[in-house]
Write a protein that binds this ligand. Structure first.
Ligand SMILES: NC(=O)c1ccc[n+]([C@@H]2O[C@H](COP(=O)([O-])OP(=O)(O)OC[C@H]3O[C@@H](n4cnc5c(N)ncnc54)[C@H](O)[C@@H]3O)[C@@H](O)[C@H]2O)c1
Length: 276
């Protein structure tokens, strides 16, 4: 793509783990579109080392941080402002983790310490990020902050477990903080509700392969890929979406508006016939 939608924009991208990560694709696309940014992830994630390739490709410094730790976040914002010599324009929160999912604990048998960790890592970390950014006055007027979410916040999907609760809170934080940050600083905050995507976090969800196939068949445009999510994120970071804030925007090929498709109806009728 020849255009430079993010020319001169500076930001922070949280959550690129490996080349499959949605944040990785967003970083690549943002760089192609002229943005400069720092990358952040946990010290454990950084030890895998793959992010170094992204850092070299995008000429981005990596700043380690646990996103649940406020002083780590303060360091990420202050170091980023130091590198760029002032305020920044965009932030991506692409972070999610559930120990209940990882350990196979079902929703009616949750470990509550894990549950609180899920909420802290996957949702409250977004509030912490926003609060740190606002207190440090780190974001330029008309800056754009994005977090990634999933439709399990609105509709029950088997296997998504306590991450559904975390995503509901995440989306609510985008609205509640979006009002204050918009009113006081013209900073916009949105969430993108992305199709199921085979990444490290995505693959932890029970029945992921079946879910990806189901949503692909149910969506008139098919599932949205991580690359397509990157394209859309660039638009939301750009000045072309200046008046979009406090929104949860479905990026899912139309899945969120479907209840029954022609293909599903045909399959359903066939199965019924087979049972007779
Ligand atoms: N993959 C999907 O199907 C899908 C669909 C919709 C939304 N999402 C969301 O997209 C986001 C990115 O996930 P992904 O699918 O690219 O998987 P991923 O595993 O590549 O990314 C998750 C990231 O969260 C980071 N992380 C975990 N704990 C952290 C902490 N305490 N502090 C900082 N970072 C931490 C991990 O290191 C990793 O980089 C998540 O919010 C996820 O819920 C994913």
């Amino acid at each position: 793509m020849a255009c430079q939608l993010l020319e001169g924009k500076k930001g922070i991208i949280f959550g690129a783990l490996d080349h499959k990560s949605i944040a990785w694709k967003i970083a690549e696309r943002a760089y192609e579109q002229g943005a400069s940014f720092t990358l952040s992830n946990t010290p454990v994630a950084l030890r895998f080392g793959e992010i170094n390739r992204l850092s070299e490709k995008c000429h981005s410094e990596i700043i380690p941080a646990d996103a649940t730790n406020v002083s780590d976040l303060e360091h990420v914002f202050s170091r980023t402002m130091e590198i760029f010599g002032g305020k920044i324009d965009f932030v991506l929160h692409s972070i999610g983790m559930s120990m209940n999912v990882r350990k196979g604990r079902n929703y009616d048998d949750l470990d509550y310490d894990y549950f609180l960790k899920t909420i802290d890592v996957s949702a409250v970390s977004f509030h912490k990020m926003l609060q740190v950014a606002k207190k440090m006055d780190a974001i330029n007027d008309w800056g754009s902050i994005l977090a990634l979410t999933y439709i399990a916040a609105q509709r029950t999907l088997v296997g998504y477990n306590d991450m559904a609760d975390a995503k509901s809170l995440l989306e609510s934080i985008a609205r509640s903080f979006g009002y204050i940050y918009g009113r006081e600083k013209n900073v916009r905050i949105n969430t993108i509700s992305q199709s199921p995507t085979k990444t490290t976090a995505g693959s932890a969800i029970k029945g992921m392969d079946g879910l990806v196939d189901f949503t692909d068949r149910m969506s008139p445009l098919g599932n949205a890929t991580a690359d397509e999510c990157a394209d859309f994120s660039v638009v939301l970071f750009s000045d072309l979406s200046r008046k979009v804030t406090m929104q949860n925007i479905y990026h899912d090929g139309g899945f969120s508006s479907m209840a029954m498709s022609l293909k599903a109806m045909t399959q359903y009728n066939k199965s019924l016939d087979e049972q007779v």
